[in-house]
Write a protein that binds this ligand. Structure first.
Ligand SMILES: NC(=O)c1ccc[n+]([C@@H]2O[C@H](COP(=O)([O-])OP(=O)(O)OC[C@H]3O[C@@H](n4cnc5c(N)ncnc54)[C@H](OP(=O)(O)O)[C@@H]3O)[C@@H](O)[C@H]2O)c1
Length: 260
């Protein structure tokens, strides 16, 4: 049975590769990017994507995220899988118009807002896959609130722990479903994020795309809501210790809710 699957950040990298794999299996893949030129090029270049619907939104603008969710709800009666894949690490402009670090907005807040907005069209067997990372670091209030300068690595690692935390939080809060899984797709996969950020070629992008396809479709993920899959080891694993700490998670959730 074909599933309707939204992949954010499917104009490039792991998201584009996963979109191609899922569309070639006959699923109704909804593409997302911030550049209509890049998405048009993708749908023209890859025949398996030619029938895919595309949505444009700059995820550093939470108003644009809400508008995209409204457009999707107008077009689609149901969504089976949401893959919150879009992410940013190095960027020449790390501050949003509202003064926040863009890593927190794009990597943590935008997927939270998108998920909350799309939950009404997802049922209990739906899946929300949140792209985490092996890089996770304790979140500081002044950092998430945009009150301090951060190195790209520090902002990125804090933003990735934050998405891992809200993934487990919503899994427990919603209880019956949908299923939430935080996923490290594999470290140093050869996307533009890794090439630009580390100046290296990196490993096969397919490693990350394959785990997203498995997590979107395979029954092995059914009973794993709230957990963290580490594709460096190829297993479910414990995330950063803060993500397993209920009090720290409640505190971070209060910051996230204040910011949105
Ligand atoms: N590659 C790795 O080794 C690795 C390891 C751990 C985790 N991850 C995570 O995997 C996910 C995919 O990363 P990737 O390596 O495939 O990177 P990538 O090739 O740079 O792709 C990132 C995607 O996110 C989109 N994006 C970035 N900023 C955006 C914004 N403000 N609004 C809308 N879309 C935006 C990009 O759009 P454009 O095409 O317009 O830039 C692109 O489609 C990320 O969440 C990343 O943190 C990657």
């Amino acid at each position: 049975m074909p599933k309707t699957i939204l992949i954010t950040g499917s104009s490039d990298g792991i998201g584009l590769e996963a979109a191609k794999l899922l569309a070639s299996k006959g699923h109704n893949v909804l593409l997302h990017g911030r550049s209509s030129a890049k998405l048009d090029a993708a749908t023209k270049t890859y025949s398996e994507l030619s029938a895919c619907r595309s949505y444009i939104a700059d995820l550093s603008d939470l108003g644009a995220v809400k508008q995209m969710a409204a457009d999707i709800k107008k077009d689609q009666n149901a969504l089976d899988v949401l893959i919150n894949n879009a992410g940013v690490f190095h960027t020449p402009n790390p501050r949003t118009a509202s003064g926040q670090d863009i890593r927190f907005v794009v990597n943590t807040l935008a997927p939270y807002v998108l998920t909350q907005s799309l939950l009404p069209i997802m049922n209990e067997s739906g899946r929300i896959l949140n792209l985490s990372s092996a890089a996770q670091a304790s979140i500081r209030e002044d950092a998430i609130m945009g009150k301090t300068e951060l190195s790209p690595g520090s902002a990125y690692a804090q933003s990735k722990l934050a998405i891992t935390m809200w993934s487990r939080y919503l899994a427990e809060d919603l209880g019956a479903g949908p299923i939430f899984i935080a996923i490290n797709p594999g470290s140093f996969l050869g996307t533009k994020m890794v090439k630009e950020g580390y100046g290296m070629e990196g490993k096969d992008i397919g490693i990350g795309a394959d785990i997203l396809v498995r997590a979107a479709l395979d029954p092995e993920f059914n009973d794993r809501s709230g957990q963290y899959f580490d594709n460096d080891s190829g297993h479910f694993a414990l995330p950063h210790e803060d993500a397993m700490d209920d009090e720290k998670t409640r505190t971070v959730m209060s910051w996230i809710k204040a910011l949105i």
